[in-house]
Ligand binder design. Structure first.
Ligand code: SAH
Length: 218
């Protein structure tokens, strides 16, 4: 084995170790995260830090989430292979790429045209054909494709947006950070019951805010 193969294997082992030591223990989630190389999702001079368990800046002033937080959110969703999943906040596309290995169909919405373009190109390059990227304000969900088995929001709202609650199937699960944008936020899991919703608080997190409307940047 060449030195660079050794380096890659070592890097992958450390990456998976960091996930496990932060509580990501679900075998299917770990296997999906092993399949998705975070490198292509981080551009520019932060690319060399792609394998660290840390959030990093991406274009449009946004961030790619910390891998262990991605793992914990994915695990909390309890995805079944036949599920149709909605992600709000495509960003780099890293989270959607992981979801694409776990569920049948992924819809992901982003309000920055540039991030939509770059993620779409990357999904095509990586042959992730079950992801559809949509440009829009994800706080309204995606009524055309609703209802969803699972919804994952990767930007923080003050409260769970009403349209997203409506677009969740009975028995469905939504995971999202809630709280004021720069104060402490809580990651919560909402389960839709036949006659209401069940809320469960998972941990403290810090995400960029969910912003209304689409961005005018090109
Ligand atoms: N899941 C991403 C994390 C991106 S950070 C990843 O794996 O890289 C959150 C993203 O949510 C940002 O790209 C931001 O532009 C987007 N966002 C914020 N408010 C939004 C809204 N109302 N609709 C769609 N996307 C939104």
């Amino acid at each position: 084995m060449s030195a660079s193969n050794d380096d890659n294997a070592e890097r992958k082992m450390q990456f998976l170790y960091a996930l496990r030591s932060h509580g990501v223990t679900d075998a299917r989630v770990l296997s999906a995260m092993e399949k998705v190389d975070r490198g292509p999702f981080v551009r520019g001079h932060f690319a060399m830090r792609a394998y660290e368990d840390t959030p990093l800046p991406i274009a449009c002033g946004q961030t790619i989430s910390q891998p262990s937080v991605v793992g914990l959110m994915t695990q909390a969703l309890k995805i079944n292979p036949r599920d149709k999943v909605l992600e709000v906040g495509t960003g780099s596309g890293y989270q959607a790429a992981i979801l694409s290995h776990l569920a049948r169909r992924i819809y992901t919405i982003e309000r920055h045209p540039r991030l939509v373009r770059e993620a779409t190109a990357l999904f095509r390059e990586l042959d992730l054909t079950n992801i559809t990227t949509v440009m829009g304000d994800g706080s309204f969900g995606l009524p055309d494709q609703a209802p969803f088995d699972r919804i994952l929001v990767t930007a923080a709202a003050e409260d769970p947006p009403g349209p997203l609650l409506e677009q969740l199937k009975p028995g469905g699960i939504m995971v999202l950070p809630v709280g004021q944008s720069d104060a402490v936020q809580s990651l919560i899991r909402v389960t839709r019951l036949e006659d209401g919703f069940d809320y469960d608080e998972l941990r403290q997190v810090r995400f960029v805010p969910l912003i209304e409307g689409i961005s005018r940047d090109t």
